[in-house]
Design a protein around this ligand. Structure first.
Ligand code: SF4
Length: 69
């Protein structure tokens, strides 16, 4: 699974950081950025994406097909 963050949509809510602190971190602009996606399972990534209030976390298959949102 691939993960992307739409920085335009990120409102710095931090839900993703709380859900998966080894994957998401807020950068100097208070926007979410990725650490190591491979440190959690796909269910956790999905929960993090679903908890993002602005759907800024985009999930894709390894082939690039968007699966969320
Ligand atoms: S949960 Fe969404 S809006 Fe909040 S920091 Fe993460 S990506 Fe940004």
């Amino acid at each position: 699974m691939r993960v992307r963050i739409d920085r335009e949509k990120c409102v710095s809510a931090g839900n993703c950081v709380v859900t998966a602190p080894t994957v998401f971190i807020l950068d100097d602009d208070e926007k979410a950025t990725l650490l190591d996606v491979a440190t959690v399972d796909e269910d956790t990534l999905r929960v993090a994406a679903e908890l993002c209030p602005t759907e800024a976390i985009v999930l894709e298959t390894d082939e690039g097909e968007q699966t969320y949102p």
